[in-house]
Design a protein around this ligand. Structure first.
Ligand SMILES: Nc1ncnc2c1ncn2[C@@H]1O[C@H](COP(=O)(O)OP(=O)(O)O)[C@@H](O)[C@H]1O
Ligand SMILES: [Mg+2]
Length: 262
């Protein structure tokens, strides 16, 4: 495995992560670093361990072994809320929005703004403020929602995904993990998602982009980490990959008599 010799402190780091599902060793001694203001592509064939790694980082479950650092400080997630509190937001593969809720409610799902009620004791959800702030947050990352469309059910697939990403970006303070965010999107919608990712990078966030759409990965990322059968087999700047070499690294053809590893 190649390592990047970067002297900056990573905003986020996983060291030596292992995860088993019964007899399946889904992550094997995985290291992953992410720096502020960069987009990291996380690629690999089906079953390579991408989603498992995302879940370990997001606190969905603890790895069997391994350490997690944020800004150089060791953390241990007891639940996804711990990761969120540390500034890490996640868009899970196939995660849904709540279709019957308004866009604002979706952006704020689970952390609704409470307005102080009478005597400052009984709070209630401040719907008006929430809708306004949600749309402003989305606009900041370049997503405009037509005024006629106010619930998620009224949105197209691309718009829904944009809202889901907008939600994650508007809350993320340090890291945003996007697991296959352009799946099932048309070409133009996928491009919109890529622009939103660039906006997140400009904001100084570290974006981890899981995808098997290699042209998107080559287009938008600064660095690519390749997982194969649970192991990181390559971690290198995107500029060092071609479409062919990336595919060969993913499939392992680079090691079985194909192109020599560059
Ligand atoms: N909940 C689970 N229970 C059992 N095995 C799982 C579970 N989730 C993933 N796996 C297995 O772990 C490996 C990695 O899966 P996953 O992380 O989903 O890969 P990817 O996202 O790269 O396609 C695969 O062999 C998969 O079958
Ligand atoms: Mg997956």
């Amino acid at each position: 495995m190649d390592t990047t010799s970067d002297q900056r402190q990573p905003v986020f780091e996983v060291r030596g992560a292992n995860k088993h599902y019964g007899g399946v060793h889904a992550l094997i001694d995985v290291n992953l670093k992410a720096y502020a203001g960069e987009i990291v592509g996380l690629v690999g064939d089906n079953g390579a361990g991408k989603s498992t790694l995302v879940k370990v980082v997001a606190g969905t479950f603890e790895p069997d072994s391994g350490e997690i650092f944020v800004d150089g400080e060791r953390h241990r997630w007891r639940s996804p809320l711990d990761a969120i509190e540390a500034g890490i937001e996640t868009l899970y593969q196939d995660s849904g929005l709540a279709p019957d809720l308004t866009i604002g409610s979706n952006v704020f799902l689970g952390r609704e703004k409470m307005r102080r009620g009478l005597l400052g004791r009984l709070g209630f959800v401040d719907q008006r403020a929430m809708e306004k702030e949600a749309l402003e947050d989305l606009e900041k990352v370049g997503i405009t929602v037509p005024p006629s469309k106010r619930t998620v059910a009224q949105l197209s697939g691309g718009q829904r995904q944009a809202v889901a990403i907008g939600r994650a970006i508007s809350w993320a303070r340090k890291v945003i993990l996007l697991d296959e965010p352009t799946n099932h999107l048309g070409a133009r919608q996928a491009q919109e998602v890529l622009s939103v990712m660039r906006a997140a990078k400009e904001k100084g966030l570290s974006v981890i982009f899981v995808s098997h759409t290699l042209p998107h990965v080559l287009e938008v990322t600064d660095r690519i980490v390749v997982l194969r059968l649970g192991r990181v087999v390559r971690d290198a700047p995107t500029s060092g990959f071609t479409a062919e070499s990336l595919l060969a690294t993913i499939t392992g053809l680079d090691e079985v008599g194909g192109a020599p590893e560059s």
